[in-house]
Design a protein around this ligand. Sequence first.
Ligand code: UD1
Length: 422
Amino acid sequence: MKDSFLVTGGARLTGSVRVSGAKNSVLKLMSAAMLAEGTTTLTNCPEIADVPYMAEVLRGLGCRVELDGSVVRIHVPAQVESNADFDAVRQFRASVAVLGPLTARCLRAQVALPGGDAIGNRPLDMHQSGLEKLGATTRIEHGCVVAEAERLRGADIKLDFPSVGATENILTAAVLAEGVTVLDNAAREPEIVDLCHMLNQMGAQIEGAGSNTITVTGVDRLHPTEHEVVGDRIVAGTWAYAAAMTQGDITVGGIDPQHLHLVLEKLKLAGAHVETYPSGFRVVQSGYPTAVDYQTLPFPGFPTDLQPMAIALCVVSEGMSVITENIFESRFRFVDEMMRLGADASIDGHHVVIRGRRELSSAPVWSSDIRAGVGLVLAGLVADGTTEVHDVYHIDRGYPGFVETMRQLGADIERKVGDEGR
Ligand code: UD1
């Protein structure tokens, strides 16, 4: 038995929270630290399970990693190991982020391929073709992706799709390549901008981060740095949805509201009152939310990682919504769990049609990934009775102090420790 959350519906969530650094940034920054010998310090790191996992991956490559609350120090030796073919890597998808830095520093990288993923197929073809354009050969061998190069040379690379992970691996290889790389159709997510800021602080020459064309002029070496991780827009967005769901009033700090521009616009359409500040926002919802349509897209579009929270809101909104998932093909799997709570939803390919209703009724439900789990907790907040959300180890991977923050906002939620945690 794994831990679960017991969520009793009915509370209106109110108060203030401050988000820490983004999971999807810190893991890539930790990996990019390997590009320079010496000690790189990251501050504002979230205290989530994925950070020690990534520390384990880096230790396996020869780094010393100290975790000190929200500060992570990575001591990188003169020579890092090129072979990341061990269990910690195989079980942890974000470890693919070591591919670019290892190829740049060792001219060889062997990284175990992560297993299947609940949200859909996650191939690495764009990561591989990008590294090949920079002069590496790549292959899949014995369950690993292997990249090898005599040297890396700058190139013109156009991605078929603005993949976040491929953009990161290409950038972290190109920074130490000879000459200029122009990456077209690059991902524009704030976490990419954060990575480029840190790389530039380390001595890289990157221009255009945040636009769809990024230009990298290779340098001979990088030096270590200290960097503050960008705020987690997905956690911040989650609290925004929690306010709208429970007809609450939540102020969120530690986040640039521009990183959630479209999300906050959608909440206004649902009837919320939204105020923005230089590094935060407030969402107040009075009365039942109105149904809104969504389609997930790469940034600045609506983030796929907030799609389960948007579905939770649509489930209890007045009217009908159509949600279209364009990034991950299996991301509607958790909708069946929402239906156990009484959601009126029908899935048709990558669309789900939801007829909003005022009442949900509690039931046992299972989370299949981090975001789906949180979507189910949000639904539990407005269901009649106590909902047990199982397999919350997924939520622990991405949300620091989730239960404590929820309780501080007034939610009736507690952790039920499973046999594994005893
Ligand atoms: C990252 C985030 C994840 C977020 C996603 C999209 C991390 C640790 N994870 O995942 O939370 O939901 O961005 O914002 O930062 N694809 C290919 N070939 C490739 C690479 C990707 O076909 O070589 C496809 C994927 O299968 C998917 C789409 O491109 O359908 C987007 O994937 P990508 O942007 O790469 O997401 P991740 O970096 O894996």
